[in-house]
Design a protein around this ligand. Structure first.
Ligand SMILES: [Fe+2]
Length: 505
């Protein structure tokens, strides 16, 4: 995979006096881990409906709704080694209404967050362990910090490791409780479970360390479970996403997994990429039974994010970001942090899989080779053939001397041709995932790219964060509006757009 660095500023992770980025709690200064400093440093600041000032351009009048991003923002000094996938979940929201923008951010009040707030110190270990099986719920902290979506009149936050879903009020960002799907959720739910915009159904999945290793289900728009199936896998897996079409679901069994015996013996989950084991994709009718899964074998790979799936005659098409090297080689010079730093050097490219439901044939190929991830697309096209996605160029920071994960540019891909438009955020400026924001009342009758993209960026030269709005039809000309944020908003994970009628009514 060829890299194309876009940012080479000299901005340090720490200022010359040794201080970390503004707003970070004091304990971060004592820990030599790049993912606790600079653009990744937690921020202790919280805002409630702070009006954002326009620096450039204008807020479109028809941008009506809420941009929301989830991400890690640890409160207390970690008990053990810190991993960038650790940290208490925080939502960062920008509300757009009548040409104005307001900003709020607030922690997700998970069970662990509340217990640690009471304890005034960390209780749970993080993903690097050691796992503590005596703790309630999970042996590491369920942060709910990975994904966020709008379901059944609430925001829903989810953890990548399959945790307890939490419900939050979209306007206030206050946590209103656990989402147990009317008492019918058997265990937990993974990030990248999906809400179908066509009918409001929540298509969800869960995975765990004991047989059958995976469950798949559907809740109706009122939160009642209407489908729930066990999916038998050969062993514990770490699927990160699923594909959903009107009639099918695509489940992932990928050869990047851990050894259960080793976890029990050492308390550590050691991931291994099994390069000789095929990637398997399980296609089953959306409301089918677990034994109706039809598995298609493909070249070994790992996948974080599916962009879209759709039905095309006898074929089921899946487009996503594929990694053939989820375990980049560690650099011994990085010391004991080397493996974590290596894992975070994400390498993935735009890829197509086609599964013939009649003959069993598989077609797979690169669409493009650029290192790009965290894709978003027009949500109205979920399950229907689509042409565009909006991804982040993985730049692997050149300015910190370590190569931490960062997003250097916004890409608009034509997924039919692999051609793309590109907007570089600028020297030392790093972005976040950019959800597509349909215009009010939009349907698939309008052009697919008739809408906006919203993201947040942080300039590592002065730690100022901005909200950027792009016209999705043309990102090359840059943001049509740039808004100054009231603090440095830390680098985060997944985002969503919630329509104004769902937020404000
Ligand atoms: Fe993800």
């Amino acid at each position: 995979m060829k890299h194309f660095p876009v940012s080479e500023s000299n901005a340090p992770l720490r200022a010359s006096d040794g201080s970390t980025a503004p707003g970070a709690p004091g304990w971060t200064a004592d820990i030599d881990n790049p993912y606790l400093h600079g653009i990744y440093a937690p921020s202790g600041a919280q805002f409630e409906r702070a009006r954002l000032d326009v620096v450039e351009g204008e807020i479109p009048e028809d941008l009506y709704g809420m941009y929301v991003r989830n991400g890690p923002n640890p409160v207390f000094k970690p008990r053990f080694k810190h991993h960038p996938f650790d940290g208490d979940g925080m939502l960062y929201a920008v509300y757009f209404e009548n040409g104005c923008a307001h900003y709020s951010n607030r922690h997700i009040e998970t069970k662990a967050f509340l217990a640690e707030a009471k304890n005034k110190a960390s209780i749970w270990p993080g993903v690097m362990g050691p796992f503590d099986f005596d703790l309630p719920d999970f042996p590491i902290k369920d942060t709910s910090h990975t994904d966020v979506m709008f379901f059944n009149k609430h925001l829903l936050t989810l953890w990548y490791n399959a945790g307890i879903p939490y419900r939050l009020n979209a306007k206030s960002l206050s946590t209103t409780g656990r989402e147990d799907l009317s008492g019918q959720l058997r265990r937990a739910m993974s990030a990248h479970s999906k809400v179908d915009p066509a009918n409001g159904e929540l298509v969800f999945f869960d995975y765990f360390d004991t047989p059958p290793y995976m469950r798949y289900g559907i809740a109706d728009s009122q939160g009642n479970v209407i489908h729930d199936q066990a999916i038998k896998l050969p062993g514990p897996r770490l699927p990160h996403d699923i594909g959903v079409t009107p009639n099918y679901v695509v489940l992932h069994d990928l050869p990047f997994y851990h050894d259960v015996a080793l976890l029990e013996k050492t308390g550590k989950r050691v991931m291994t990429f099994h390069r000789d084991v095929p990637a398997r994709f399980g296609v089953q009718p959306r409301y089918g039974k677990g034994d109706e899964v039809r598995w298609f074998e493909c070249e070994p790979c790992y996948i974080l994010h599916v962009i879209n799936c759709w039905e095309e005659g006898d074929w089921l098409v899946q487009v996503g970001c594929r990694s053939t090297n989820p375990m980049p080689k560690a650099n011994p010079e990085d010391g004991e942090l080397s493996h974590m730093l290596a894992y975070m050097r994400l390498e993935a490219n735009l890829y197509l899989w086609k599964f013939n439901l009649k003959t069993g044939e598989v077609i797979e190929r690169d669409i493009d080779t650029l290192n790009a991830e965290f894709p978003r697309s027009n949500p109205l096209y979920m399950g229907y053939k689509s042409q565009f996605c909006y991804s982040q160029y993985i730049c692997t920071r050149q300015d910190d001397g370590i190569g931490t994960l960062a997003f250097g540019a916004l890409l608009k891909y034509n997924i039919e041709t692999g051609e793309y438009q590109r907007f570089d955020y600028g020297e030392g400026v790093y972005g976040n995932e950019a959800p597509f924001c349909p215009k009010p009342g939009a349907t698939r009758a309008q052009p697919e790219d008739d809408g906006y993209l919203v993201t947040t960026v942080t300039d590592s030269k002065d730690w100022q964060s901005y909200t950027l709005i792009f016209d999705a039809k043309n990102i090359v000309r840059g943001p049509i509006c740039k808004l100054r944020m009231p603090h440095r908003a830390p680098f985060g994970f997944h985002t969503n757009w919630v329509a104004g009628e769902d937020v404000f009514s």
